[in-house]
Structure formats: C-alpha cells, structure tokens
Design a protein around this ligand. Sequence first.
Ligand SMILES: Nc1ncnc2c1ncn2[C@@H]1O[C@H](COP(=O)(O)OP(=O)(O)OP(=O)(O)O)[C@@H](O)[C@H]1O
Ligand SMILES: [Mg+2]
Length: 224
Amino acid sequence: MSVFERFLSPINARALARSVTHRAGAGGSPATLLRHIEATSVFFVPIDKREALIEAARQLLGPEIPATAPVGGLERISISGVAVPNTSALSAAGTDVLGPTVAIRMEADLNEARLVARQMCQQVGLQGFAAQKFVTAVSELARNVAKYACPGRVAFSHDAVGRRLRVVVSDRGTGIPNLDAVLDGKYRSKTGMGLGLVGTRKLVDEFDAQTGATGTTIAIAVKY
Ligand SMILES: Nc1ncnc2c1ncn2[C@@H]1O[C@H](COP(=O)(O)OP(=O)(O)OP(=O)(O)O)[C@@H](O)[C@H]1O
Ligand SMILES: [Mg+2]
C-alpha cells in the first residue's frame, strides 16, 4: 500500500492491493506477488506511471527478482495503430484507467476483442452469465465494425471507483443512418438478424451511441 499510494489515489491504491492479493492468494512468493502487480496494474495505474510503480514494488519485494513479462498476457495484446479519434464527448470518466485497445481490421480480430473482454472480467471477478453478457456485447459491437465499417477499434477501461468495466467501440465508417429505427427494433437488416445493437443495449448497464457520416462511436459499461 505504501508503494501504491505514492502513485495512486488512496481508493485506487486500495483497489489495486485488493485485486492483487485476491489473485495472488495468501501464500504467494514475492516474485509471484510482483508478477500479479505487473499484470493487475494495467487496470489501475495510468500508463505513464505504471513502470515506476512496478519498479518501486520490485525494490520493496526483492530487487533481485528479474523484471519479467506480466502474467495474464495482457501485454501481448496489440495496441491499435488505427487512427480513430478519441471522441471527447465519450471519453471515459475521470476515475477510469485505460486498459488495452484492440484494433479491428478483419474478422479474425474479433477473437482478440473477445479474449480481452474475458480477461477484463477475470481481473475484476465478473463471472458466469454476467461475464458472458459483457463478452457478447463487445463481440456484437466489434462484429459490426468488421462487417460495416472496418477499420475501427475497441478500447477497454476500468472504473475501479464506480466498479464498472467500460468499452468504447469506434470506427470511421459511413455511420448508421437509421439508428433510431434500429434501436426501436423496427429495422429489418439485409445482412444479419438486425438484433445486434438492440440486443447489446439490453445486455449492458450503460449504452450510448453516436453516429454520423464520419463514423460511429458506441460506449457501453457494465457494473460488477
Ligand atoms: N459500425 C457501423 N457502421 C455502419 N453501419 C452499421 C454499424 N453497425 C451497425 N450498422 C448498421 O446497422 C444495422 C443494424 O446493426 P445490428 O448489429 O443491430 O444488426 P445486423 O448487424 O444487421 O445483424 P446481427 O447483428 O443481428 O447479425 C446493420 O445492418 C448495419 O446496416
Ligand atoms: Mg450486427
């Protein structure tokens, strides 16, 4: 906690500590603990402070522990190189910590989006049907990007204070011209069941869609 509080607000420091001890268990070695701090800090620590926090934790737990690749594999997720603007109207709330971003360039990228969604659930302890709903929502939105508006991206973030996972799916396609009809369930799709967006909205706690001729941004959040 003394290390975490040097880099984070007390509430985020506590959330990180709780999450690390939850994942590492009671009898973990310092090296195990450090690896869990490396992995879990993705969700709590702003990117510019993360390296310094991990180094400070390493100094405390055992400077001899080699700096390793984080467990959990989140770091191997490619960061989007797709140039999609971060729409300020929908940018995450002040307490959010940005997680991974997955570029959607082709159908195969949907697997990566689903994988990260599942990992986010694991990190915060969201399980069962609740986790399945979240993964399905992310999958539907990413699938629409792949189908209608490629390329785009899926950006994950975590609000530890509000206990929410948040996802912003954005693209620079030609927009959804009849969004109101789609969300009212009045739209008949030529390309699918036409239930992706209506279904997604039912699966999540927060849903916000912005669309226009220069692209679409859909933000969702689930509580845990
Ligand atoms: N990101 C997007 N960019 C442009 N158009 C989109 C986008 N997402 C959805 N659409 C349009 O909105 C319609 C409704 O999308 P929705 O996901 O609800 O249904 P669907 O994709 O047609 O079918 P399903 O998802 O059930 O297979 C689509 O048919 C498509 O025309
Ligand atoms: Mg769809």
